[in-house]
Design a protein around this ligand. Structure first.
Ligand SMILES: Nc1ncnc2c1ncn2[C@@H]1O[C@H](COP(=O)(O)OP(=O)(O)OP(=O)(O)O)[C@@H](O)[C@H]1O
Length: 715
């Protein structure tokens, strides 16, 4: 029996090499290198690598490593940029058509782009330095026709005088001149104004000195006599690059906010508005520095990092690159990826970003970086300093309704193959999905639930006998039937007042949340027990509140020795979630006061604020998110620190509609709304929904504890 001999890849390569008719892979590679218009340094590196390959046996592992390396270098967009525009009107149009609301976010983005648009529109000025008058005049004529402002000098010294009084963007200089030649001028410019690029013009006889000029920092060189088309193209390229570097010098945008609030999709819209490619690198869980910067080629199976890989995939060097979830980045023994990000995002360093695999500097200055994060408080300070944060906050019910109608429904109907059917959701149906089946700041779950309904309707269409039955209108009852029992309740609105329990508002990276603080008193010796995965700051808050209550026990109508024979327990349910921060101080106070005075606290009154040892209430963050969370839970009265007044007044009417917002400055002011019968606050606050307590004098004498229907033994 004869077996056909298997041709090994190495053998195959050598057969290719010897066949006279077809060029060898190395010949093909050489041809590609020649045509690739690589930057000087890169050209030197790949040529050196190719020479090594020519001396290496194809069967040796190093051969394929070197071969793959050259292929990667050739596939990178060293000089390929997409034509992009900084057109503010277009940007506004795209942002408005893709996203509802987000007025402040859009405004900040447009302001950011406005500065870049102005930069790109400014008339650029070029300094032409040549001792031949005719050469100067020719270049000036061509460049003026291109719209540039031109200045001329006949030698380096005169050029320096012009530079001292004019704002110059680019210098085109002859090499050989009397008084001060091109190289001297270049060295002077590099020293004093390194941001001004210099194009060297040289006769054919001095190509080696032109190469020398490139090594000394010239941006480009042109042979004499100057080809005018080449001059136009080179000037355009060099100035464009300078413009990108200049525009990249500003801070990097960082979109922060709860999940599903549109951070990623606004990033995509920016790329579309600027007509740039959009690429995204998710940084969640990234712990190894090499994932971003690659492994050195000496490692078996080494690969370039994510930044270089994504740029290769994009095929252009000026995309919008989104660094998603920058706050979820990790750090361990494999290095600190945040330090790589520091380099990537620093305009001073990122012109020479060096991937370990590539070992060549790649210029990232044309890339527009946008980072996203849910919570920037965990980011390293130096990284945060490089970014300009734009906050995306949660949506109100009305906004969610609009977005569902205008964007989510059409998208989901199309995905479910229902766009040709006349399926219409009533507003009540969408409100039911929003209130009974989702509890979030963003829109992720809402989209999931709507997609679930659409799939069920698609199934019904297929099951109907004709297959063409019109599903018609989807109302609130249909939603309940299709999605089953409701998943969320308006727990604050439905809970009855209870002794020792108060409702608080906290801020988490998923947006605002409602918590209930529970307290209990039992015989003991004055120990304060705290449970519920609490951080150090929260523990200290509880301690502070207790000391305040002890110091003012008489004013609050609490027995002075209440502490001596009792232990107090403060519990934050949802123990699996770590909690910290000072803003729960007032809620702990309210729960403990209710417990110690035996008065049931209203559960539909939610509060937030840091409490000091003297009972003052200090301002806190995340006011909008907290108010929205309170509304989602059915809270009727919201108590906020008076010091947050400006933020409260800036809230849109839609955010405060349906709740009474009261501003409080100290502990005493909490009492009336907390213990008042439901509905009584309405006469005391202005119709706008925001009220302020000036002075409250209350009779704080302990009352007989009314029977708590949920907990009759308590108090
Ligand atoms: N204002 C808006 N108008 C229209 N659609 C929106 C708006 N905000 C969000 N969406 C839609 O909601 C969905 C979720 O948005 P996106 O993925 O951008 O959220 P994200 O903030 O990036 O979330 P994460 O933090 O989880 O990455 C997308 O389909 C997006 O188009």
């Amino acid at each position: 029996m004869f077996f056909k001999k298997r041709i090994e890849p190495a053998e195959e390569t050598s057969r290719h090499q010897t066949a006279p008719s077809s060029p060898s892979p190395l010949d093909l590679l050489r041809g590609r290198i020649r045509e690739a218009h690589l930057p000087h340094l890169v050209m030197e590196a790949v040529t050196g690598e190719l020479e090594k390959l020519e001396k290496t046996e194809p069967a040796v592992a190093e051969y394929s490593v070197g071969f793959n390396y050259i292929e990667l270098v050739l596939s990178l967009p060293w000089n390929v940029s997409s034509q992009c525009t900084f057109d503010l009107e277009r940007a506004q149009r795209v942002l408005d058509t893709r996203h509802y609301g987000l007025a402040q976010v859009k405004q900040r983005i447009l302001e950011f782009l406005a500065a870049k648009t102005l930069c790109s529109k400014a008339r650029q000025s070029i300094l032409i330095v040549d001792d031949e008058e005719i050469a100067r005049a020719n270049m000036e004529h061509v460049l003026k026709k291109e719209g540039y402002a031109c200045h001329c000098a006949s030698h380096g010294a005169e050029a320096l005088e012009i530079m001292a009084r004019e704002d110059i963007d680019l210098i085109i200089t002859d090499l050989k001149m009397e008084r001060m030649d091109g190289i001297e001028l270049l060295q002077h410019v590099n020293r004093t104004s390194p941001e001004i690029p210099v194009i060297m013009v040289t006769g054919f006889a001095t190509v080696s000195s032109a190469v020398d000029a490139l090594k000394k920092g010239a941006a480009h060189y042109l042979g004499k006599p100057v080809n005018l088309d080449e001059l136009r193209k080179t000037v355009k390229e060099v100035l464009e690059k300078k413009l990108f570097v200049q525009m990249g010098k500003g801070p990097i945008l960082c979109f922060t906010g709860p999940p599903g609030t549109g951070k990623t999709s606004v990033g995509k819209a920016i790329a579309e508005a600027l007509q740039r490619q959009f690429i995204r690198i998710s940084l969640a869980g990234l712990r190894d520095e090499a994932e971003l910067r690659g492994h050195r080629r000496t490692y078996v199976g080494a690969l370039p990092g994510r930044v270089i890989t994504e740029l290769k995939r994009a095929g252009v060097n000026n995309p919008v690159l989104m660094l998603d979830e920058i706050d979820k980045i990790g750090q361990d023994f494999r290095g600190d990826p945040a330090s790589v990000l520091l380099e990537v995002l620093d305009p001073e360093q990122n012109t020479h970003f060096t991937d370990h695999y590539l070992e060549l500097p790649f210029d990232l200055s044309r890339v527009m970086f946008i980072a996203t994060a849910n919570d920037v408080s965990t980011l390293p300070r130096p990284l945060l300093d490089r970014m300009e944060c734009i906050e995306f906050s949660g949506y109100t019910e009305k906004e969610k309704l609009h977005i569902a109608q205008q964007f989510i429904l059409p998208r989901q109907l199309k995905l479910a193959g229902l766009s040709k059917f006349s399926v219409a959701f009533t507003s009540e149906a969408l409100s039911r999905v929003i209130n009974d089946y989702t509890r979030e700041s963003g829109l992720r779950n809402l989209e999931r639930q709507i997609s679930d309904i659409c799939r069920k309707i698609a199934m019904m269409c297929l099951k109907s006998t004709s297959g063409q039955e019109e599903p018609g209108q989807v109302d609130a009852a249909t939603v309940s039937r299709l999605l089953g029992p409701r998943k969320f309740y308006r727990e604050a609105a439905e809970a009855v007042p209870q002794v020792g329990v108060a409702t608080g508002m906290v801020w988490a990276e998923t947006g605002g949340e409602i918590i209930s603080v529970e307290t209990a008193r039992m015989p003991g010796s004055g120990t304060l027990l705290l449970t519920g995965s609490l951080g150090e700051v929260l523990r200290e808050s509880a301690q502070t509140v207790l000391s305040f209550l002890r110091s003012k026990s008489e004013a609050f109508g609490i027995a002075a020795d209440f502490y001596q024979h009792s232990d107090l327990h403060v519990h934050f349910p949802s123990g699996a979630i770590p909690k910290d921060g000072p803003s729960a101080g007032v809620t702990i106070f309210a729960a403990l006061l209710s417990l110690l005075t035996g008065r049931p606290a209203r559960r539909d009154v939610a509060m937030t604020g840091e409490m000091t040892l003297t009972g003052r209430i200090l301002p806190v963050n995340g006011i909008r998110e907290k108010v929205l969370a309170a509304k989602r839970a059915g809270v009727r009265v919201v108590l906020l620190p008076l010091a947050n007044r400006e933020e409260v007044e800036a809230l849109e009417g839609d955010v405060v509609a349906g709740v009474r917002v009261l501003l409080v400055a100290n502990a005493a002011e909490l009492l009336e709304p907390l213990f008042a019968p439901p509905g009584s606050e309405e006469e005391k606050t202005p119709a706008s929904g925001v009220g302020m307590f000036q002075t409250v004098s209350l009779d704080l004498a302990p009352q007989r504890n009314p029977v708590d229907p949920e907990n009759p033994d308590r108090g």
